[in-house]
Design a binder for this molecule. Structure first.
Ligand code: FAD
Ligand code: PHB
Length: 390
């Protein structure tokens, strides 16, 4: 197979890239190791920044998002049994977030690509990228029990945190910066109307909890757990009892419902620098991971491919490669800002094993400051809705 841009991975990064390129007449093939049903059902992120929503709408894939997405103008921070609202829109000149499931974004993008004649190969797992030294990249992949090849001008590795794109870069050509947090999240999707209108980030004696949602009838909730926990050690009763305890506040009642999905997510931070090697470009989780506390991973992935698409359009149009050469530097400014914000939110909202009462009291002071100082609240708000410039 032959194409202009070979894209590995049909997550948000790969699909948005393919969509943006097609709008400028650039051909791509997306290789995805899973089947269509699997990627359309995989429950992950839910918070879209203003900029992400604007891009999806402006490029013609925002119709359902506009109808079904829940626009939120604030979030709640809850601690010491009290609720504090961070007025996102008021603090950011009217910007907001939209709650809309990642798998819905993925569904909309797949439908749009296929309707426009785009090529997405499902159950096609990339195994490696050759020809990088010769500037003639070839993606080797397995499909239907056979090894196949995709020849292209450039490769975009949008294959997530465990992809093969990054492994195709010679050791020594990139550096990895990472840190792990000694906490994880157990997330559930429950068939029950949300008990809150806005997201609640709660810090309690027992640890962190988050009340989010997907629709007026589906709630998404998380509790801090240990990274080595097994979902089996979290039967439904334990999940609900921890959620009740950690979200407790006078006058607040948490409604329970059947649990439709349950999973554990590690909290870690990783940045790959640079995010490119010759004609291979890394985008999204393939290049960086952020802990979910800041709700940033999907948004960062979309930002990368917006920059990559612009650079590729310029290269194909005029032969100029300065934007492509500057791709990594252009992305990394936002990547590191978001890393810091996500790390800060994670530190502020979790209890860590072995920490002292001193740490706990510092955290409470930080939370009180964020909720009482307009300057501090604005810092949280402008990062949370997504900074316009970094
Ligand atoms: P992915 O979505 O991981 O897509 C990569 C794709 O590549 C996958 O479809 C995979 O199957 C495919 N693939 C992998 N290897 C190969 C291969 N060898 N060959 C072919 N295909 C391959 N982010 C937010 O912005 N807001 C949130 O609220 C938020 N909440 C989250 C909650 C949870 C529980 C989790 C787990 C994540 C959350 N995130 C959130 C992060 C967000 O989901 C990711 O950052 C996002 O999915 C990154 O998109 P991506 O396209 O880079 O990678
Ligand atoms: C979600 O709705 O899944 C969600 C919301 C906020 C986060 C992380 C995940 O910080």
């Amino acid at each position: 197979m032959l194409t202009q841009v070979g894209i590995v991975g049909a997550g948000p990064a790969g699909l948005v890239l393919s969509h943006l390129l097609a709008r400028d007449g650039i051909e791509s093939v997306v290789l995805e190791s899973r089947d269509r049903d699997y990627v359309e059902r995989r429950v992950r992120a839910g918070v879209l920044e203003q900029g992400t929503v604007d891009l999806l709408k402006a490029t013609g894939v925002g119709a359902r998002l506009e109808r079904e997405g829940l626009v939120h103008h604030g979030i709640e921070l809850r601690f010491e049994g009290q609720a504090h609202r961070i007025a996102l829109s008021e603090l950011t000149g009217g910007r907001a977030i939209t709650v809309y499931g990642q798998q819905e974004v993925v569904k909309d993008l797949i439908a749009a690509r296929l309707a426009a004649g785009g090529r997405i190969e499902f159950e096609a797992a990339a195994v490696g990228v050759d020809g990088l030294e010769e500037d003639a990249p070839v993606v080797r992949y397995r499909q239907g029990g056979q090894e196949r090849q995709l020849r292209c001008d450039v490769v975009a590795a949008c294959d997530g945190s465990h992809g093969v794109g990054r492994e195709s870069i010679p050791a020594g050509a990139i550096a990895l910066y990472e840190t792990e947090y000694p906490v994880a999240w157990l997330g559930i999707l429950a068939k029950v109307a949300p008990s809150t209108e806005e997201l609640i980030y709660s810090y309690s004696q027992g640890g962190f909890a988050l009340h989010s949602m997907r629709s007026p009838t589906i709630s998404r909730l998380y509790v801090q757990c240990r990274p080595d926990d097994d979902p089996a050690s979290w039967p439904d009763e334990r999940v609900w009892s921890e959620l009740h305890a950690r979200l407790a506040m006078p006058g607040f009642a948490l409604a329970e419902g059947p649990i439709l999905e349950k999973g554990i997510t590690a909290m870690r931070s990783l940045v790959v620098e640079p995010m490119q090697y010759r004609r291979l470009y890394l985008a999204g989780d393939a290049a960086h991971i952020v802990p979910a506390t800041g709700a940033k991973g999907l948004n960062l992935a979309v930002n990368d491919v917006r920059i990559l698409a612009d650079a590729l359009v310029e290269w194909y149009r005029s032969g100029r490669d300065d934007l492509l050469r500057g791709y990594s530097a252009a992305c990394l400014r936002r990547v590191w800002r978001v890393q810091h914000f996500s790390w800060w939110m994670t530190q502020m909202l979790h209890r860590f094993e072995g920490e002292s009462e001193f740490d706990h009291r510092l955290r409470l002071s930080q939370l009180r400051y964020v909720c009482s100082s307009r300057a501090a609240a604005t810092t949280l708000a402008e990062n949370y809705v997504g900074l316009e410039t970094v």
